[in-house]
Design a protein around this ligand. Structure first.
Ligand SMILES: NC(=O)c1ccc[n+]([C@@H]2O[C@H](COP(=O)([O-])OP(=O)(O)OC[C@H]3O[C@@H](n4cnc5c(N)ncnc54)[C@H](O)[C@@H]3O)[C@@H](O)[C@H]2O)c1
Length: 373
């Protein structure tokens, strides 16, 4: 019985193998009907085996501009221009409410930042403010550094009062201080670091969030603005990181630096043109890797967080000026949503804490999947 079945299967297999593959047996009538109704399909009538019909227009042999949709979803639009707004035009950012109290859900003790001092540049607003709050909620004392000292002072008070309100009876209230610095100036950075060490005695963590973006097409980008942009985003990150590393080395203490890059350091955003910003954020990302290697011997870890589109007071203003952008941006994000500043709270706490003890030189993308498509 078994032998009989086997013989039958062998015989079927040999017949199938001898038969031409069915995929080649396309009825000419069906093919003609289906293909002639669409302008985008192959012309099968050609006898030249290298003739790809209309598809040739989609290749580099086709004329530029032959189709309306060429590059439609992956090109920048030079008509979009956004200059970084004046301070007075930016609405105030509010710290996150109602999630910073003691809780009784189990988690790893290594996530705690108790007894640490963290410095957050650009902490008066936006992502920096909420990341400062993440450090405070996790037990750290924090020094907020910003060009806008008044706002930094205001937010430092709010962070402490929010902590008190959400943790009634806490035996210790985190100390949050505010300091002026223009991160692009070495003298300003040095005097801020001195002031912070005077107030807190030490620094364990640094988060560099001071930075900004604006949109001009590359040909028209004003040179002075481009230099300012690189000064704040790149020099500012470098100056604070080296200043803090020097302090950690003199204390012979380990530490963790988290640089806020952007997904723009890995991809080119569309449709808004922003070449200098993209290049600046690529520099920040590679600075993190380079310094991670250079300072590994001293127990100083350096990582980068690359956020995608996050809704802050600043991005809200850009969207208010260009309402069509929100739809365009979210259509390119696999999760389909922009992030909120609070979506960075876990990432920054993880990278500052001992929970990430073996993570250095990494780029943690918090972008809803944007950069993987
Ligand atoms: N918002 C986003 O969608 C997004 C996405 C990716 C990356 N980022 C990056 O995150 C960081 C924070 O962005 P944000 O949206 O919170 O911006 P934001 O404008 O809301 O906050 C930036 C803060 O930095 C301060 N600052 C600016 N220049 C400074 C300087 N020279 N010295 C000291 N402080 C200075 C500002 O006063 C402000 O308080 C930036 O580096 C930005 O490039 C933002």
């Amino acid at each position: 019985m078994f032998k009989h079945n086997l013989l039958r299967q062998l015989s079927r297999a040999s017949t199938t193998a001898a038969r031409p593959p069915t995929i080649q047996r396309v009825s000419p009538t069906t093919a003609t009907r289906a293909f002639t109704t669409s302008p985008f399909t192959l012309d099968k009538s050609s006898s030249d085996p290298n003739d790809n019909g209309d598809y040739e227009h989609y290749t580099t042999s086709g004329e530029l501009g032959a189709f309306e949709h060429e590059g439609q979803h992956s090109r920048t639009d030079k008509r979009i221009r956004v200059e970084y707004p004046e301070e007075a035009d930016l609405p105030r950012q509010h710290p996150v409410q109602g999630r910073g109290g003691f809780h009784f859900k189990r988690t790893l003790a290594s996530f705690s930042l108790e007894d640490r001092v963290g410095v957050v540049t650009g902490g008066a607003r936006g992502l920096g403010l909420v990341m400062s709050q993440a450090l405070v909620v996790s037990g750290a004392d924090v020094a907020i550094v910003d060009l806008n000292k008044e706002e930094a002072e205001h937010q430092a008070d709010i962070l402490m009062s929010t902590f008190k309100k959400e943790n009634p009876g806490a035996d210790r209230i985190p100390k949050v201080t505010a300091h002026y610095a223009d991160v692009s100036s070495p003298t300003s950075v040095n005097s801020a670091l001195e002031e912070i060490l005077g107030a807190h005695g030490k620094i364990d963590n640094l988060v560099t969030s001071a930075g900004f973006t604006e949109n001009f097409d590359a040909i028209e980008y004003p040179h002075d603005r481009m230099q300012k942009l690189w000064g704040v985003n790149v020099d500012g990150t470098y100056l604070f990181a080296t200043g803090v590393a020097k302090h950690l080395m003199s204390r012979n203490a380990p530490g963790s630096v988290v640089m806020i890059g952007s997904m723009s350091g890995a991809i080119v955003n569309v449709p808004q043109p922003q070449a200098p910003y993209n290049a600046a954020k690529a520099a920040v990302r590679h600075l993190a890797s380079s310094l991670a290697v250079e300072w590994a011997h001293a127990g100083i870890r350096v990582n980068c967080i690359s956020p995608g589109y996050m809704l802050t007071a600043l991005t809200k203003k850009i969207l208010d000026d260009n309402p069509a952008l929100a739809q365009k941006w979210t259509s390119l994000i696999p999760q389909g949503k922009m992030g909120r500043p609070e979506d960075l709270m876990g990432a920054v706490t993880f990278l500052c804490s001992d929970a990430s003890g073996y993570v250095t030189g990494a780029d943690l993308r918090v972008d809803g999947g944007y950069t993987v498509t």
